[in-house]
Design a protein around this ligand. Structure first.
Ligand code: AMP
Length: 396
C-alpha cells in the first residue's frame, strides 16, 4: 500500500470549488439533538481554513449516524453547520439536500472564500453502496476532491472513494498526518518497533497480528485476547475470555514469532474478579488463574515487564486496552501502559477507538505522538490492508 499521497499543499486551489469529505459524525444528545462534543468539527478546521484562505470555495460533506438511506430529521447536519459557522466565525451555507436542486444551486453560486455544507450523505442509500451515478453528481459540483475523514477511508463509499473517479483527489491535513505517521511506522519504523495489542477478542486482531509479525521486533499482548494465548501455552485461565477455536492459531503465532526472532510478550500475572462487574473485588494472581476467577486486567509484574519493553523502543503502536479499563479497579494495566508510552521517548501511535479513549481518559493524550482519529480505519491500516479512501488519492 502506497501511503505517499498528494495533499492540499500539492495543488493550487485558488478559484477552485473543492468537495471536502469531513468526519462530522459527532455525538449528540439523543433527546435534544444537541452536539455533545465539538472535537471532530474542531479537528476539521485547519484544512477548511487553509482552503478558504487560499481562495477555494468549499463544499463540505459528511455522514452522521446510520440513517441507512432514509431521510431522518434527527440526523440532519443542520446543527453541525451552525456549530461550524460559530467556530469559523463566518457563514456556513447549508444545503437542504445532497445532490438535489438546492445543493446544486448553492454550489454553483458559491464564491472563493465561502463554505457550504451538504445534507447528511447517508440519507441517500447510494452513498454507502458507492453508486457511480451518485458519486458523479457529487463530483459535478466541484473541481477538486479533498479527503479529510480518516475514520471512513476504510470504506469504499461514494464520498470517500467513488468521487475520485471523477475528480483529482488529494488528502486534507488530518488524513495526511495519519498517513505520514502510521505509514512511516509500518514501512520504515524507528527500531526497535514494539506493537502493543489488547482488547477483547483475538479474532478481531488476527490480521493485525499476522501483519505485525512481519514488521515488529516485539509484540505485546494484553487484554481479554491474552487468555486464549495463555491457554495455548498450557496455563489455567479460569473463567477468563476464551476463544477456543483460536487456540491453534495462537499456538502458531507463538511459534512463528519464535522462528522470526520477534519477542512475543504475554501476561505473567493477572488482576482477576469473581464476576464481570465494576464493584467486583480485584484479586491478584500469578500465571495460572483459579477456576472461579476471570482475568480482568494484567497484573503488576506484567505491567512492569511491558513498560520495560516500551522503554527502549524507537516506535510503539498500541491498539486495544490491557484490561477492562472502563471499571476503575481494572484500569491499572491500561494506565501503566499509557504511562509507559508517554515516558518512552519513542514515536508513539495509539489506534482509535477504546485505546484512544483510554489514553484520553487517563490524561496522557498530549504525551502521545499521534492518536488516530479512526478506530476501524486504523485497525485496517495495521492489518496492511489497502484502504479504498487512501488508494484513490493521487500518488506523490
Ligand atoms: P476492542 O474493541 O477489541 O479494542 O476491545 C475493547 C474492550 O475490551 C473494552 O471494552 C474492554 O473492556 C475489553 N476488555 C479488555 N480486557 C478484557 C478482559 N480481560 N476481559 C473482558 N473484556 C476485556
Amino acid at each position: 500500500m502506497n501511503y505517499n499521497k498528494k495533499t492540499i499543499y500539492d495543488v493550487d486551489v485558488k478559484g477552485k470549488k473543492v468537495l471536502l469529505r469531513c468526519d462530522f459524525n459527532v455525538p449528540q444528545n439523543k433527546e435534544t439533538g444537541e452536539i455533545t462534543s465539538n472535537k471532530r468539527i474542531v479537528a476539521a478546521i485547519p484544512t477548511i481554513k487553509y482552503l478558504l484562505d487560499n481562495g477555494a470555495a468549499v463544499i463540505a460533506c459528511s455522514h452522521l449516524g446510520k440513517p441507512k438511506g432514509e431521510w431522518k430529521e434527527n440526523l440532519t447536519l443542520a446543527p453541525v453547520a451552525k456549530r461550524l459557522s460559530e467556530l469559523l466565525q463566518q457563514d456556513v451555507i447549508f444545503a437542504k439536500d445532497i445532490i438535489g436542486e438546492d445543493a446544486k444551486a448553492k454550489a454553483a453560486a458559491l464564491k472563493p472564500g465561502e463554505i457550504m455544507l451538504l445534507e447528511n450523505l447517508r440519507f441517500d442509500i447510494r452513498e454507502e453502496k458507492n453508486g457511480a451515478d451518485f458519486a458523479k453528481e457529487l463530483a459535478s459540483m466541484a473541481e477538486i476532491f479533498v479527503s479529510d475523514a480518516f475514520g471512513t477511508v476504510h470504506r469504499a463509499h461514494a464520498s470517500t472513494a467513488g468521487v475520485a473517479a471523477f475528480l483529482p483527489a488529494y488528502s486534507g491535513l488530518l488524513v495526511a498526518k495519519e498517513l505520514s505517521v502510521m505509514g512511516k511506522a509500518l514501512d520504515d519504523p524507528k527500531r526497535p518497533f514494539v506493537a502493543v495489542l489488547g482488547g477483547a477478542k483475538v479474532s478481531d486482531k488476527i490480521n493485525v497480528i499476522n501483519n505485525l509479525l512481519e514488521k515488529a521486533d516485539t509484540i505485546i499482548i494484553g487484554g481479554g485476547m491474552a487468555y486464549t494465548f495463555k491457554k495455548a501455552q498450557g496455563c489455567e485461565i479460569g473463567k477468563s475470555l476464551l476463544e477456543a477455536d483460536r487456540i491453534d492459531y495462537a499456538k502458531d503465532m507463538i511459534k512463528k514469532a519464535e522462528e522470526k526472532g520477534v519477542k512475543f510478550l504475554l501476561p505473567v500475572d493477572h488482576c482477576c474478579a469473581k464476576e464481570f462487574s465494576a464493584d467486583a473485588e480485584p484479586v491478584e494472581v500469578g500465571e495460572n488463574i483459579p477456576e472461579d476467577l476471570m482475568g480482568m486486567d494484567i497484573g503488576p509484574k506484567t505491567a512492569e515487564m511491558f513498560a520495560e519493553a516500551a522503554k527502549g523502543a524507537g516506535t510503539i503502536v498500541w491498539n486495544g486496552p490491557m484490561g477492562v479499563f472502563e471499571f476503575d479497579s481494572f484500569a491499572n494495566g491500561t494506565k501503566a501502559m499509557a504511562k509507559a508510552l508517554a515516558e518512552s521517548g519513542a514515536v508513539t501511535i495509539v489506534g482509535g477507538g477504546d485505546s484512544a479513549s483510554a489514553v484520553e481518559k487517563l490524561g496522557y493524550a498530549d504525551k502521545i505522538t499521534h492518536i488516530s482519529t479512526g478506530g476501524g480505519a486504523s485497525l485496517e491500516f495495521l492489518e496492511g490492508k489497502e484502504l479504498p479512501g487512501v488508494a484513490c488519492l493521487l500518488d506523490k
